[in-house]
Every structure is written in C-alpha cells, then in structure tokens.
Design a protein around this ligand. Structure first.
Ligand SMILES: NC(=O)C1=CN([C@@H]2O[C@H](COP(=O)(O)OP(=O)(O)OC[C@H]3O[C@@H](n4cnc5c(N)ncnc54)[C@H](O)[C@@H]3O)[C@@H](O)[C@H]2O)C=CC1
Ligand SMILES: N[C@@H](CC=O)C(=O)O
Ligand code: NA
Length: 436
C-alpha cells in the first residue's frame, strides 16, 4: 500500500525550486504513479520573503530547519541546501525522528555517508540520493536494480556538467575559461563554490558514491586521485584533436587485481567513442558488468528541473515502498568494509596509456635520449610526433602516446627526462582511455 508523502523541503535554489515546480506541474500524474499524493508542506530557506512569493499560500515557509524535523506530519525531508552544515545535522535529526530523507548533496554523502547510511539503516528509513549522482540520469537505480545481476568491473563517466560545458564550449567557440565558467554559474550548473567543479572534487564525490554502490565499499574520499581541468592548456586540446582524441574530465572506478581504482582526471578519449561526443552540461556513464557487458547512460547531469526530476523519482519510490520492510528494499551503500570487497588500489599501480608533451631543444639525439629513458622504465611508445616548425627560441615539442604502463613507471620516467639538459620546460602528462 502506498503512503501519502508530506515533504519538508530544505533549500529553494536550483534543485529545491525544480523539485517543487515538478511536483506542482505533474501533480496528478505523480499521484497516480506513486499510488498516493506527494505534496510540499514546509520549506526552509534563508530568504523567506522571496520564497513565499514562489509557492502556494498553504506551504509554510520558515528559515529554521528544525521546523521540518519537528513537524510530525512531514514524513520525508528533502535536503537541497548543499554544504556540510547544517545539512548533516538536519539529515541526522530527520532520520532520528523516523523520517525518510532525499538529498542531492553528493559532497555530504561522499564525506559523511558512512555515518548517515548507518543511522538510516538502524532507524529503518531510506536515504535516497539519485539526484546527487549525474543529476537526471537514473544511474543509482540502474546500478542497484537494473544491473543487480552483474559483477561490475568498471564505471567510467563524464559526471560534472560544468566542466563538460566549459571544455566543449571553449573548443567550439574559442571563448575563455572564466567567461564560460560564469555562464555555467548563470545557468545553475555550478556548485556554490565552483572550485569543487573545476578542480575535480565534485566528480570525485559522485565517483565515490558510484564505487560504493557498485563494489560494496564504505565511502573514503582520501582514496580518490583527483585532478581537475584548471591546468589544461589549449594547445593540448588542439594536439589531442589532431591525434583523433577529445579531452574530457572523467571519473573512473575499476575492480582490479591490485584493488579498486578511483580516479578523476582529464583524459584523451578517441573521437569515435560516444563519450567523446557528449557535449555541454550533459553527463554520460559507461558501466561494464560481466553479464550485461557495456551499457551507457546519458542525460542532463545538472540544472534545476533535470535534478528535480531525480528528487521526485526518489519521492515516488518512497511513497511506494515506505511500508516495505527495510530488508526488502534495495540496499543503501554499505557502511562497513565487506571482507569480500577489495580494498582501494594505490594510484601508482594504475595501468593506463599516456599522452606526453615534451618541450625540447631542436637538435639531433634528443629523441634517442627520450626513447632510452622510456625503454629503461619498460614503457613502449605507441606513436610519436615532433612538431615540425621550431618555436621562436629554437625549441620544439615532442608529442608521444604510450602503450599501457604503470603510473609509477611513467612518473619515474618523467622525473628522469625532466633532468635532461635538452628538455626545456615542464613535461605535460595526460592519461588516455580507449573505453573499449
Ligand atoms: N545545481 C545543480 O545542477 C545540482 C545541484 N546538486 C546539489 O544540490 C544541492 C543544492 O544545489 P543548488 O540548488 O544548485 O544550490 P542553490 O545555492 O541554488 O540553493 C541552495 C538553497 O539552500 C538554501 N540554504 C542554504 N543554506 C541554508 C541554511 N543554512 N538554512 C536554510 N536554507 C539554506 C538557500 O537559501 C537556497 O535556497 C547541493 O548539494 C548541490 O551540490 C546536485 C545535482 C545538480
Ligand atoms: N555542479 C554540478 C551539479 C550537478 O551535480 C555539475 O556541474 O555537474
Ligand atoms: Na542520477
């Protein structure tokens, strides 16, 4: 039997307003699908007067989150405020009061998920977070339900709309990084602090949650290797294109012999792959499982209603399953290390292929020196280009792609090459993902 849902909504920004608007506009459809009505009873925000003008007059708007927890009629709290506090206190208090929680807050869950999920498990309530990972894309549901038969071996995706918007808009229009970032903020894609987006942290939060669902490990952000897009240079984007690749900010988690890899970094992706052609604020996630093999999930990863769509889907699920015993519901991520799950891999053990741009003196013998160092470190070259036109100061650049090798080996080779007298500046390293 379905349960009527009276929502206490914390936050009425992009996600909060998107959620409210969908519930209003599609009210009867949602009621039909949930089997019971879902409505917002209370909202808590900083600016009460502004929000009172945007909601029905029977919705109670206050600026104290305790009001949501203290209202016995509110049975689900939707947290769309962002940040760690007071979001964490609100969620724990709601759980303690026996209320289900829906949150879009990946930063909070990736940092404090173990505490939150175990509190919910103990209390027999749900913490649903479809909106927190890849916005509108039902990737949490796909992993927990659609792919439940599979041993997942890897997940790789574009999971930050802001970065993908910046990279594709810069490539298509030649506009500056700062200018495009401002537009992403205006469109409601960016985090309140956009360094979370551009430094890769937001992707890392989402990746951590995906890994926790797929591999049954507790969240541990210290295990994620994180690089963002702020150090990318336009010339590498151009050289990558010439070589048949596009640069995308990827989040990758893999189950390997040496542990679970967790890494976020810009990567060269072959232009013929679907992931290379994901543009703007769109997200895409490729999951590989032993039975389903490869499947791709694509959609809007950010924005008001796309994210609200995932929040409302979680609300509908709760309406349908609130009466079901916790043990019968799809499980939340684990909160203690499962002895059968692998531990996390050392980043140095990651096996990848690489793009290197090496600024060198334009004279004979340089290539041989570089090839020798790579060979000494067991690294084989897939292709190599020396840019024909020397730069003004008689230096030139060697671009090379390697075959698969260990991260620790390539880092050692770079340190050695960097000491050569003929190497004239910092060597640029980017990783290459064939995504077969
Ligand atoms: N914007 C997007 O596309 C997406 C955002 N998210 C996540 O959703 C959450 C919210 O993001 P946005 O809606 O974009 O943020 P926002 O900045 O547009 O809205 C935040 C809202 O929370 C309220 N708020 C903040 N602190 C408060 C406090 N202490 N007490 C009462 N109200 C408070 C603000 O008044 C505002 O209404 C964040 O966790 C974000 O990471 C997740 C997926 C996509
Ligand atoms: N800032 C995030 C919002 C959604 O999670 C992004 O750009 O993807
Ligand atoms: Na999602």
């Amino acid at each position: 039997m379905a349960t009527e849902i009276k929502v206490g909504l914390a936050g009425f920004g992009n996600v909060g307003k998107g959620t409210y608007d969908i519930l209003e506009r599609n009210h009867s459809l949602i009621r039909q699908r949930a089997g019971a009505p879902i409505s917002v009873k209370r909202v808590t925000v900083r600016n009460v007067d502004r929000v009172k003008l945007l909601v029905d007059e029977d919705v109670i708007v206050t600026n104290d989150w305790h009001d949501l927890v203290n209202d016995p009629e509110v049975n689900v709290v939707v947290e769309a405020m962002g940040g760690i506090e007071p979001a964490k206190s609100l969620i724990l208090a709601a759980i303690d009061a026996g209320k289900h929680v829906v949150t879009a807050n990946k930063a909070l869950l990736a940092e404090h998920g173990n505490e939150i999920f175990s509190a919910a498990q103990a209390k027999g309530v749900n913490v649903a977070f479809e909106a927190a990972v890849a916005g509108s894309i039902p990737i949490v549901k796909a992993l927990r339900e659609g792919l439940a038969a599979n041993r997942v071996s890897s997940i790789a995706g574009i999971i930050n709309g802001t970065c993908n918007f910046i990279l594709s808009t810069m490539r298509d229009t030649g506009r500056s990084f700062d200018d495009v970032l401002k537009e992403a903020q205006r469109l409601g894609y960016a985090e309140a602090d956009p360094t979370f987006d551009i430094e890769g942290t937001d992707s890392a939060h989402k990746l951590m949650l995906l890994s926790a669902i797929a591999f049954g490990v507790p969240v541990d952000m210290s295990k994620v290797h994180i690089e963002g897009i702020t150090h990318l240079e336009a010339k590498d984007i151009k050289f990558a294109e010439e070589l048949g690749y596009r640069i995308k900010l990827l989040g990758i988690t893999k189950y390997t012999d040496y542990g679970i890899e967790l890494r976020v970094h810009p990567a060269l992706v072959p232009t013929r792959r679907l992931l290379a052609n994901v543009e703007g604020a769109m997200n895409a996630v490729v999951v590989k499982g032993d039975a389903a093999e490869s499947s791709l999930y694509y959609g809007k990863g950010a924005g008001s209603e796309p994210t609200g769509s995932a929040v409302v889907a979680d609300l509908i699920d709760i309406a349908r399953t609130a009466e079901v015993a916790v043990s019968e519901r799809p499980r939340m991520p684990t909160t203690t290390h499962n002895p059968k799950a692998k531990s996390f891999a050392d980043f140095g053990d990651t096996v990848c292929s690489y793009y290197l741009r090496i600024p060198v003196e334009d004279k004979p013998g340089v290539l041989a020196e570089i090839a020798r160092i790579l060979a000494d470190n067991k690294i084989s070259i897939e292709s190599l280009i020396q840019k024909e036109a020397p730069l003004e100061d008689a230096s030139t650049e060697i671009i090379l792609l390697t075959h698969s090798t260990r991260e620790a080996d390539i880092q050692r080779a770079i340190r050695t090459m960097q000491q050569l007298a003929n190497v004239r500046g910092a060597i640029v390293l980017l990783r290459k993902e064939e995504l077969q």
